[in-house]
Design a protein around this ligand. Structure first.
Ligand code: ZN
Length: 260
């Protein structure tokens, strides 16, 4: 099984990524990354789209239609695909991911570093404040990666979404959050690629200038999808290149199984 790292940046607009994330753009310019813009499913909200990205179904089909829809257990996800093939996952993410995978409310004192063995998640680091810095979250992820060498490393930074809700998706503070995340990725990702991890950077939804998302405007729906293969040429699209968020899960599973 090929190693894979998924970086699901919460609330990252496609246009902001293209304007501000120079490290990722440098990889594209060198033929080592492939960029696309995807239109997120609706409603363009976090919890429904977390479930969509890892499960491959529309919110109106999986039934998680609101951020307040707590306690639903997703029983068929990317993590289950990895576990079914004998792989191990590690997750550094917001507590809502814990709730989707474990099917129970997150309790900080009990679950902060809990594994979720039934889903093949051998190690986890879960945060529960929207202000949790991306730099700390990435350190959590790197700690999990170096200690557990997971087949799938799932990483979910909140800094863009938080900056967007406070300052707006058209603000300089929002742009700065993207620039800082890109600089932090530039420190980490070369090591991940060298260790054989293929990497995807994408987002659940975008962000409007009026500090919210949930609707159908392009700035709320257009998200980046960036593919960084650890080896070889990124200028040719791999088979089953995803045309939308529903196809991401299948694409990732196929990449993990593909011959190199
Ligand atoms: Zn949000």
């Amino acid at each position: 099984m090929n190693r894979l790292a998924v970086i699901l940046v919460d609330g990252l607009r496609a246009d902001t990524a293209r304007r501000c994330m120079g490290y990722l753009l440098a990889l594209e310019e060198a033929g080592r990354a492939r960029w696309a813009t995807l239109t997120c499913e609706l409603p363009s909200l976090s919890r429904p789209l977390y479930a969509t990205v890892i499960g491959g179904r529309r919110p109106v089909d999986h039934g998680i239609l609101s951020n307040d829809h707590v306690g639903v257990h997703l029983d068929d996800t990317l993590f289950d695909d990895v576990a079914a093939r004998g792989g191990r996952s590690a997750v550094a993410a917001y507590d809502w991911f814990w709730e989707l995978l474990a099917g129970e409310r997150f309790a900080p004192a009990r679950h902060r570093t809990a594994a979720c063995a039934s889903r093949g998640v051998v190690a986890g680091s879960w945060y529960f404040e929207d202000e949790y810095p991306d730099s700390h979250l990435l350190a959590d992820a790197e700690d999990l990666r170096t200690r557990h060498a997971p087949d799938l490393l799932f990483v979910h930074p909140m800094g863009l979404d938080n900056a967007g809700h406070v300052h707006g998706g058209g603000s300089s503070a929002y742009d700065l959050a993207a620039r800082k995340l890109d600089m932090n990725l530039a420190l980490l990702l070369p090591h991940w690629l060298a260790d054989g991890y293929d990497i995807v950077v994408t987002s659940d939804h975008g962000m409007s200038a009026d500090r919210m998302h949930g609707g159908g405007a392009i700035e709320e729906r257009a998200v980046p999808f960036v593919w960084l293969p650890s080896r070889g040429d990124a200028t040719q699209a791999p088979t089953h290149w995803p045309a939308n968020q529903l196809e991401i899960r299948r694409f990732l599973v196929e990449r993990m199984a593909a011959p190199r």
